[in-house]
Design a protein around this ligand. Structure first.
Ligand code: AKB
Length: 320
């Protein structure tokens, strides 16, 4: 059985990936780590948990050896909007955690999954049906880290044989842990606004189309790629994956059909708008479909039904 380490497990993806992995590989075989134990009570209850600052390479390596880890999911990242507030910090955290993950993987024969992002693309990338292999000149520090990370991960594969794999995630929509500091966060917050206040103020303007994905598909993508037959992989770092594309009006209309009293206004945040404008409207993910059978299960309608149900239940119980 695989022994898996999830680094940065307390964030939006990690808090759901850890239980998902534990369900597949067994509770004791998935070690969750995060810099801050307080946010990780649930993760610590469900299996092994270690406090870890991913920039502390010595402790990181000790944990990998202690648990005999053979696969690392490196989820540590400052997201796009936060990154623009402190680019130097974003570079240090995003690249420092990745570099430690790759080096420790090389020394301990681990495979490595690292999420890339639609943020790896930039204004000169074709925005519609964005190809797998295309121009990548991002205009954010987050994107610069993602492109560098993709190249560094491919380098570790070709130079050292480290089994590195990655997907370019779109905006991830989930109902367990809120995202923080991303440009696509509005697509999560709108559901909370609809349930709690019956209103929402959108930071991106009408017509801003972006790729999105519901969390169950994101979890499926990560594990499916890590389990894929390596002989089928022509790409590694990183695959375009998407499940849907919408703009604020489209998600608003989808929610309003279910909650007629819901209203939305706009207060556009210039930094987020500039970032979103530089990202694809929708990506072509045919390489992921061909090379490891990527096949998303959720669309805007089914996701909206589920989001409103789960968040509605939480609200009724006074949990949000
Ligand atoms: C962000 O908006 O920064 C992230 C992403 C698309 O990578 N959600």
């Amino acid at each position: 059985m695989k022994k898996i380490l999830v680094v940065g497990a307390g964030g939006q993806i990690g808090s759901e990936l850890v239980p998902y992995l534990r369900g597949i590989y067994g509770e004791s075989n998935v070690v969750a780590t995060d810099i801050n134990c307080n946010s990780c009570t649930k993760l610590a209850e469900g299996g092994p948990f270690e406090e870890l600052d991913a920039l502390d390479g010595k402790r990181y390596a000790e944990i990998v050896r202690k648990y005999n880890i053979d696969a690392i999911y490196n989820l540590v990242a400052l997201l796009s909007a936060t990154g623009e507030k402190n680019p130097q910090l974003a570079w240090n955290i995003n690249m420092g955690a990745l570099m430690n993950s790759l080096e420790i993987a090389r020394e301990n024969s681990c495979s490595v999954f690292t999420p890339s992002s639609i943020g790896a693309f930039g204004p000169s990338t074709p925005a519609d049906n964005t190809p797998q292999d295309t121009v990548m000149r991002p205009s954010t520090i987050y994107g610069v880290c993602k492109v560098t990370g993709e190249m560094l991960s491919d380098y570790y594969f070709t130079r050292f044989g480290v089994d590195t794999r990655s997907v370019r995630f779109p905006g991830i929509i989930s109902n367990v842990t809120l995202p923080g500091g991303g440009t696509t966060d509005y697509a999560v917050e709108i559901y909370y606004g609809a349930i709690k206040d019956k209103k929402f103020t959108c930071p991106l303007p009408q017509g801003t189309y972006l790729d999105m994905m519901y969390m169950p598909d994101a979890l499926q993508a990560a594990v499916k790629l890590m389990e894929a037959d390596p002989s089928r992989l022509k790409h590694r770092n990183s695959f375009n994956v998407t499940a849907m594309s919408f703009d604020p009006e489209k998600i608003y209309a989808t929610i309003k059909r279910r909650i007629p009293e819901f209203t939305m206004s706009y207060d556009v945040e210039p930094v987020k708008k500039a970032i979103a404008d530089s990202w694809p409207n929708y990506m072509n993910d045919s390489c992921a479909r061909e090379e490891w059978d990527w096949n998303p299960q959720w669309n805007l309608e089914t996701m909206t039904d589920d989001m409103l149900k789960v968040i509605g239940e939480k609200h009724a119980k006074g949990l949000i």
